[in-house]
Design a binder for this molecule. Structure first.
Ligand SMILES: [Zn+2]
Length: 405
């Protein structure tokens, strides 16, 4: 928007330039009555404005507050991401880091949820993990809201729901539905072109607030690059062996219901895909493209010693073909428009009346985390890492998410 146009458009509202606002109109009874009417109208407008502000301010403040994540029996420490990079301390990029340490020797895995705040299966799988699981060998570090800023707003003109609500086993639970990108109140304005710092790759300006285009990050970079740098610093300092970044994608996106793996992680990923197939969970395997920069599976694999993988499930609420948008659509994963697109052969995943419910997407992510850890352990028997207490795909499909929240 060009703010220099504002005076001209005010001019368009009626009164010619140079006409005094209080010029006499020639009638004697008119002006006082009109003035009274104007005063009443002004008070009414002011009252309505204050009521609107009063209604919106608590919602706005609530958007910045963290939802409660309940520490499960396996959490041995809760730390802050800024411990690995103090440059994000006190910002909405700082976030809780849950450590599940078995106390037994082995490998260290890092599970990232909420890289994108509009992909709820990613952060809800991380939350279910924190609240239910414990490490049986090695240790597992979990960051449910990798880009916490992206949880504090929703995408403009997408009609996204603000909250997802569940009657969980531990009581009523509400979880934010966020945005793909960092909140503009934390990083603004966007450049016309986003240049990825270490490669020079050019992308659309809006991608400058996308955490999964910002790796490995920079200590003196943008807000989003500093979050990426904090996560990269954690991976290095904790000598993380495996990074599993949990995402979702729209059903028409070519890489969906898939594990994307850095070339060093291919062996572990292919073992996991085979294990999942034995449990009737079909997941594709995609190599991390070498020329697509800034993504976790590319940059953490290149810049650290970790094997880097990313998992995708199918989320209709993110797609461009979707119909009426809301919390029910996110949770049930059904959509008539996607059913039609499937009949026309336009989707990258099978799609029928059952859709892809959230419990199934969390089930696929949870099963993928388990299968990736098992595959790593069988390839590196001297450095095991495993979880117990993580609900299985069959558990989640049969009972839903609620018993695990
Ligand atoms: Zn994503």
């Amino acid at each position: 928007m060009d703010s220099r146009r504002a005076p001209a458009s005010r001019h368009d509202a009626g009164q010619p330039a140079g006409t005094p606002a209080d010029a006499p109109t020639g009638t004697s009874a008119g002006p006082p009555r009109a003035a009274r009417a104007n005063a009443v109208l002004s008070v009414a407008v002011l009252g309505l404005s204050l009521a609107a502000v009063a209604a919106v301010v608590p919602q706005h403040l609530a958007a910045g507050r963290d939802e409660a994540i309940r520490k499960g029996p396996g959490v041995t420490a809760v730390r802050r991401l800024s411990e690995w990079f103090p440059g994000i301390r006190g910002t909405s990029g700082d976030t809780d880091v849950y450590v599940l340490d078995s106390g037994r020797p082995g490998a260290t895995a890092l599970v990232l949820g909420g890289t994108h705040g509009n992909e709820p299966a990613g952060y809800l799988t991380a939350i279910v993990l924190v609240e239910n699981a414990a490490a049986a060998e090695g240790s597992v570090i979990v960051i449910p809201h990798a880009n916490r800023s992206s949880m504090t707003h929703t995408d403009y003109q997408e009609a996204s729901p603000r909250l997802l609500e569940f009657q969980g086993a531990s009581g009523r639970r509400t979880f934010r539905f966020g945005s793909r990108a960092t909140n503009p109140t934390d990083q603004w304005p966007d450049p016309d072109i986003y240049v990825h710092a270490s490669s020079g790759q050019q992308l659309s300006g809006a991608e400058t607030r996308n955490l999964n285009r910002a790796y490995p990050g920079r200590p003196d970079g943008t807000f989003t690059e500093r979050i990426a740098f904090a996560i990269t610093s954690l991976v290095r300092a904790e000598r993380v062996d495996l990074v599993i970044d949990l995402h979702e994608a729209s059903p028409e996106y070519p890489v969906v219901n898939a594990i994307v793996a850095h070339e060093r992680a291919m062996k572990v990923a292919s073992g996991a895909v085979l294990n999942l197939e034995f449990d009737d969970i079909t997941i594709g395997l995609e190599p991390s493209p070498k020329n697509l920069r800034g993504l976790s599976h590319r940059e953490l694999g290149d810049a650290t010693g970790a094997l880097a993988l990313l998992c995708e499930t199918s989320n209709v609420s993110q797609g461009r073909l979707r119909g009426a948008t809301g919390a029910r659509q996110v949770i049930e994963g059904t959509d008539d428009k996607y059913l039609r697109a499937a009949r026309l052969g336009r989707l990258a995943v099978p799609f029928d009346e059952r859709g892809w419910p959230l419990k199934q997407r969390v089930g696929r992510h949870a099963a993928s985390v388990g299968a990736i850890l098992a595959s790593y352990t069988s390839a590196n028997p001297g450095r095991p890492v495993s979880l117990r207490g993580l609900p299985s795909y069959a558990d989640l499909m049969a009972r839903g998410l609620e018993p695990f929240l």
